[in-house]
Design a protein around this ligand. Structure first.
Ligand code: F6P
Length: 347
């Protein structure tokens, strides 16, 4: 078969491991011709790039961060004649099927294209772990490890200087990275979008902790967290007002606001650290390399079974397939039970 493959949306560690697995199994087991579609859905619009992917192109990419296929946040449904062009190019290159590796946006486009008759399989990726239908997306484990290491390091310098350090992590509207790295890194307070905390409550918890003898604190805050207050409505903090083609605004800045509140109310010496794209770059963890490899192998198997309109997913320890529409049902957020584990350590 002739199979096209693309990576869309924000990059994450493990994308190259998926690409490698698909090319290996496709070429060696099924005698497929695999084509790289460059720059996400942009690669299937006019002027896009599609080129063969050979074993020699992927032989050394297992531990490489980023994506050799490049990526973009292009939404073909927002382009004039976008869908007709995508379909025309799939025909022009005689692709029998497309494997789309991405988060809810990329998989959402994949699902709509499936309804339009395109033979398509999805693979769920994102550091945010917010895709429903799967227990975990690849990229998330690496991001949690990176954030955990950062929190460990910040704890020791915060302690030396008797400071409060507020660390902002990514995750968009879900608190997975914050809560997992916060628990693993021994954070003293973790703020997530799912369970907003009153700013006054944050301050009094820190004051209480310091009154009990500790003279430093590390607070982890998810970029999508909000601070409730009696006087104003809770709002996410955004970097600017521009929306991408999927309608997303860039989040960021809550750590600075929170640290200013803490400093003004307590007089404690406060610092802010925003981890940003460090969480997305670089080599994948061993867990993500294995999960990506399992996802890639399962995806190409689904293509050969003709089981289109599906996404590969992790359920417990098994890789399964689930309708692409599952990925779009809702943003997968953390549940109360899990957050309560973190709360035990808030004091
Ligand atoms: O979805 C992954 C993610 O890293 C989010 O956590 C973050 O809000 C966003 O992408 C950042 O996007 P960009 O790379 O466009 O700044």
């Amino acid at each position: 078969m002739k199979i096209g493959m693309l990576t869309g949306g924000g990059d994450c560690p493990g994308l190259n491991a998926v690409i490698r697995a698909i090319v290996y199994k496709g070429v060696l087991h099924y005698q497929d011709s695999i084509y790289g579609i460059y720059g996400g859905w942009k690669g299937l619009l006019d002027g896009g790039r599609i080129a063969p992917l050979l074993l020699e192109d992927v032989v050394n990419i297992l531990n490489l961060g980023g994506t050799i296929l490049k990526t973009s946040r292009t939404n073909p449904f927002k382009h004039r004649n976008g869908i007709a062009t995508v379909k025309k190019n799939i025909e022009k290159y005689e692709l029998d099927a497309v494997i789309a590796v991405g988060g809810e946006d990329t998989l959402g486009v994949a699902d709509k294209l499936y309804e339009e008759g395109v033979k398509i399989i999805g693979v769920p990726k994102t550091i945010d772990n917010d895709v429903s239908g799967t227990d975990q997306t690849f990229g998330f484990d690496t991001a949690v490890n990176i954030a955990t290491e950062a929190i460990d390091r910040l704890r020791s310098t915060a302690e030396s200087h008797n400071r409060v350090i507020v660390v902002e992590v990514m995750g968009r509207h879900s608190g997975w990275i914050a809560v997992k790295s916060g628990i693993a890194g021994g954070a003293h307070l973790i703020l997530v979008p799912e369970f907003p905390i009153d700013a006054g409550d944050v301050v009094s918890r820190i004051v209480k902790r310091h009154a009990c003898g500790e003279q430093y604190s590390v607070v982890v805050v998810a970029e999508g967290a909000t601070l409730t207050s009696e006087s104003s409505e809770a709002k996410v903090v955004t970097f600017d007002h521009e929306k991408d083609e999927f309608g997303h605004i860039r989040l960021g800045g809550i750590a600075h606001i929170l640290s200013t509140i803490i400093r003004d109310k307590t007089g404690y010496d406060c610092r802010t650290v925003t981890l940003g794209h460090i969480q997305r770059g670089g080599t994948p963890s061993a867990f993500d390399r294995v999960l990506s490899t399992q996802y890639g192998i399962h995806a190409i198997d689904l293509v050969h079974q003709g089981d289109f309109g599906k996404m590969v997913a992790l359920r417990g320890t098994k890789i399964v397939s689930t309708p692409l529409i599952e990925a779009m049902k809702e943003v997968k957020t953390i549940d109360r039970e899990f957050y309560e584990i973190a709360e035990v350590f808030f004091g």
